[in-house]
Design a protein around this ligand. Structure first.
Ligand SMILES: Nc1ncnc2c1ncn2[C@@H]1O[C@H](COP(=O)(O)OP(=O)(O)O)[C@@H](O)[C@H]1O
Ligand SMILES: [Mg+2]
Length: 329
């Protein structure tokens, strides 16, 4: 864990550290004053690369950091803090962005739990709608940007009700034919992580991985508890809990949308955030039938759907006739 900078330290002759506001696996997050734009507060995220890395790999990590930071700096969306600068100092890299006032969603969850209350579905849907806007924007970039770390502690709600997705730590830019680019590989919780992203695997992650994490977050916000992690759900489908069993006030549409997005296999989730939000907010009907039934039982259901039944029966009949003709020769 890097030793934090003291208040009063000035980075790059410009950013004066006021306080440490967060601490991550790879560095600290500071509240700082931008001395060039007097009065502007910013958040400075620090990343210290592992000292044990070889010089080559360290260089590669740096190049990657700069490439990603410059992509982030070009983004401009009301639900993302504006990234305004990035630089390296000694062995540490820094990303400078707008400071977002307010509480993060994890704190709001803990407060509600302390009061023995659920957060209101209406507020949650408002936040999720803003989160979906941010993800739609990221996924619509060319090449698409997958966030890969959607969870309550990575979102802040400003005093005037805006949601901001603050942590760009695991952002991945989907460049076809190129190896994965992941700037800051943290070791976050697996509670919101889809199975295809386990072990830091990148080969199979795409926009549907963010949909899973969004739904796991929504599940947590509505029920006060995170869903079982994806591996547990896969291995013990009978333990999966319907969110309405915990909070019966959840509307059926919201419940169905969550379960759809939480499907273990990405092919069974909504294919885009746009389809998902149209369903959640009521302008689109659900194309499939998400349920809490274990995946293998659902596979059986699918096998027995009418077109397959017809095909399977046809194959059996043909086999029967070919047998008869072989035997009678
Ligand atoms: N731009 C920002 N403005 C205000 N607070 C922030 C900002 N970025 C991060 N934070 C705070 O710092 C915490 C940790 O930052 P984050 O980027 O999520 O780091 P980590 O990668 O270690 O999780 C966040 O949960 C949030 O409370
Ligand atoms: Mg974080």
């Amino acid at each position: 864990m890097p030793i934090p900078l003291d208040a009063g330290n000035v980075l790059r002759n410009r950013y004066k550290i006021i306080d440490r506001i967060g601490q991550g696996g790879m560095g600290n997050i500071y509240l700082a004053e931008d001395t060039r734009l007097s009065g502007r507060k910013c958040a400075v995220k620090e990343v210290e690369h592992d000292k044990a890395l070889s010089a080559d790999i360290l260089h590669e990590a740096r190049v990657q950091f700069e490439r990603e930071a410059s992509v982030l700096a070009r983004l401009d969306h009301p639900n993302l803090p504006k990234v305004s600068d990035f630089f390296s100092a000694g062995e540490r890299d820094y990303l400078v962005m707008d400071y977002v006032p307010g509480e993060d969603l994890r704190t709001l969850l803990l407060d509600a739990r302390g009061r023995n209350e659920f957060l209101a579905e209406k507020d949650i849907l408002d936040w999720i709608s803003q989160l979906a806007d941010a993800l739609f924007y990221l996924h619509s970039q060319n090449p698409p940007i997958v966030h890969r770390d959607i969870k309550p502690s990575n979102m802040k709600i400003t005093p005037d009700g805006y949601l901001k997705l603050v942590d760009f730590g695991l952002v991945k830019i989907l460049t076809p034919g190129e190896d994965t680019i992941t700037i800051i590989q943290g070791q976050g919780t697996l509670l919101y992580t889809p199975l295809e992203q386990y072990g830091g695997s990148d080969t199979h992650t795409d926009v549907r991985s963010d949909i899973y994490a969004l739904c796991a977050t929504m599940y947590h916000l509505l029920t006060g508890q995170a869903p079982l992690d994806a591996r547990q759900r896969f291995l013990n489908p009978q333990l999966d809990i319907d969110p309405r069993q915990i909070n019966p006030a959840i509307t059926p549409r919201t419940q169905k949308a969550i379960l759809w997005g939480l499907e273990i296999h990405p092919n069974q989730r909504p294919e885009s955030i746009d389809i998902f939000r149209k369903y959640l907010f009521g302008t689109k009907e659900l194309p499939s039938r998400p349920s809490l039934r274990p995946t293998h039982i659902r596979l059986l259901d699918r096998l027995l759907e009418p077109p397959e039944v017809v095909l399977v029966s046809l194959a059996i009949v043909l086999l029967f006739f070919s047998l008869i003709s072989t035997v009678s020769q």
